[in-house]
Design a protein. Structure first.
Length: 507
């Protein structure tokens, strides 16, 4: 539904029918809704709108519909700081997360700001006007709707919604059963009593496998190489105790900080003492799977913990399904597809009625939007991230990018709060634009995401870089980001400010 705050074109604007807002948010997932909350509460005088390509709120949690879909981080940190998570389960199912995000949007009136079915394709910054002109394709006929905005806030996630990653294998067309990708789960897929092979052993595979094993005849998780898998209780007893004795908001806040601290502690310990951490993870897996199980072959990666994301399994569900004989793990390579399953390099044949390719996502930054600054295209891989939330030499634009080693929402909320601080700072001083200007020299470039996971390596040429020092360096650490974004100076010598017509480039 259109928002009343969206004024029609002012006479100074070039195109009839263009609508203007102070802040235009792209995306109505977890981070877009959090952006709405911060804009409403911390910049109440600003008009804003959210453009959402799909017809629904929730992003990831609406798109993915595969069996067992759930979070793999706790909801006290994946949930919002401003809305207590009230369900008993801390690691919870996708539909509950979706309800939580939608209820938040509805209760705070953020849903009224959303324009559904608007896929943003282009955004051009003009320094002369100090504003963005944004083009969105609307509906199946792709009619172009134009918006202008003083500030653009990209909350568009990090992967391609159209297509998941699907490597090709020889002779796939020969397989007579069904091949399914988790990103496009068919509603009618009946797998009860069927033999299922799930290719992959990342977060999606370890979620899907025990869930499908509940009714399938047998599920095989086929992996090229193992992943670190850590079992945690789905319920957080300490949080439940806090909720019993404290007001919900306070209990939520304490549980959130507890989990922030624990996550940071375990991450830093794992990076400091990788061998010790590795031994502890493998010992626990062996305990869960029994002394005879070949943990070395199936659950021992050849990298250190947190070189790639760890996979979390609630209440050890995957290990339990393996022990019960409903699931087996094959660590091997696919030679080719056959009519009835897969031929593996070892010579083994896996018979299957259904093959699920849990092979991951295609990374896609900035929702695939073509960006230009004063007519020059922005090449993302040539930009540096500033405080992990803006791009070098791109004015009045922020992006919500979460952590790879903690809950996404933690960083997105810090970013939203910082955007509001920045906007208020600019208003107070009469600035119309701000741009983090990249120094001419003396700064090294590094990949923005240091994980070695396949989906990151595949997209490394498309991602912005991080710099070798502050404020261009990504912390992946909530406490340090909080210091930088909540309390750090806005006018820090790197951020440059000006008014319409003045150049955003260094003289
Ligand atoms: C299966 C799965 C499980 C996950 N589990 C966890 C977890 O447990 N913990 C965790 O921290 N993270 C997890 N993640 C990461 C997860 O994506 C984030 O936690 C979070 O949901 C991202 O929210 P977001 O709003 O930033 O992005 P998204 O959820 O991706 O939402 C982006 C929105 O922007 C819209 N959009 C994109 N491009 C455009 C465009 N050009 N124009 C208009 N609209 C556009 C999309 O349609 C979408 O609605 C998971 C990811 C996946 C895929």
């Amino acid at each position: 539904m259109p928002d009343a705050a969206l004024a029609e074109t002012t006479p100074a604007e070039p195109r009839a029918g263009t609508r203007h807002v102070d802040v235009l948010v792209i995306g109505a997932g977890i981070s877009g809704i959090s952006a709405g909350y911060y804009l409403q509460t911390q910049c109440p005088g600003k008009s804003y709108a959210i453009l959402e390509a799909r017809e629904a709120i929730g992003g990831t949690w609406d798109l993915f519909r595969y069996p067992g879909i759930r979070s793999d981080s706790d909801m006290y940190t994946l949930g919002y700081s401003f809305r207590p998570w009230r369900s008993e389960k801390s690691i919870t199912d996708g539909p509950s997360i979706l309800h939580y995000v939608r209820d938040t949007a509805r209760d705070l009136g953020i849903d009224r700001k959303i324009h559904f079915g608007h896929r943003v394709v282009r955004a051009s910054w003009s320094t002369a006007d100090a504003r963005w002109t944004v083009e969105a394709e609307v509906g199946a006929e792709k009619r172009i709707a134009r918006f202008t905005a003083n500030f653009l806030y990209m909350c568009s996630g990090y992967y391609d919604y159209e297509q998941g990653y699907m490597p090709g294998w020889p002779e796939m067309e020969r397989f007579r059963g069904r091949i399914v990708h988790p990103q496009k789960w068919p509603e009618d897929l009946d797998y009860s009593g069927k033999r299922v092979v799930v290719i992959g052993s990342g977060a999606t595979a370890v979620t899907l496998v025990p869930a499908m094993a509940e009714t399938a005849r047998h599920v095989t998780m086929l992996q090229r190489s193992p992943t670190y898998i850590v079992a945690l209780p789905a319920r957080d007893r300490i949080a439940q105790w806090l909720y019993r004795w404290l007001p919900a908001r306070l209990a939520h806040g304490v549980a959130r900080w507890k989990n922030v601290a624990l996550t940071m502690y375990f991450y830093n310990f794992a990076r400091w003492k990788p061998e010790l951490t590795k031994k502890a993870i493998l010992r626990e897996a062996q305990k869960q799977l029994g002394a005879d199980y070949d943990v070395k072959k199936h659950f021992t990666p050849d990298y250190n913990p947190w070189d790639q994301r760890l996979c979390l399994i609630p209440d050890a569900d995957l290990f339990k399904a393996i022990r019960a004989g409903k699931v087996s793990v094959a660590t091997d390579r696919i030679e080719r597809f056959t009519e009835t399953g897969l031929a593996l390099r070892s010579g083994e044949q896996l018979e299957a009625d259904i093959i699920v390719t849990a092979t991951g996502l295609n990374l896609r930054m900035m929702g695939g939007v073509e960006l230009a600054v004063d007519g020059a295209p922005v090449v993302l891989s040539k930009t540096l991230t500033y405080k992990g939330m803006m791009l070098s030499d791109v004015p009045n634009l922020a992006l919500a990018l979460g952590y790879t080693n903690a809950s996404w929402t933690l960083k997105c909320e810090l970013t939203s709060a910082y955007v509001c601080r920045l906007l208020n700072h600019m208003d107070a001083r009469g600035h119309q634009w701000c741009v983090p200007r990249r120094p001419q020299a003396g700064i090294g470039e590094e990949p923005a995401i240091t994980l070695t996971s396949g989906y990151i390596r595949r997209a490394s040429d498309l991602l912005p870089k991080q710099g070798s020092r502050k404020p261009w360096r990504l912390h992946q650490n909530y406490a340090l980001d909080m210091a930088a974004l909540r309390f750090g100076a806005i006018d820090d010598g790197t951020m440059t400010f000006g008014r319409a017509g003045a150049t955003t480039r260094a003289a």
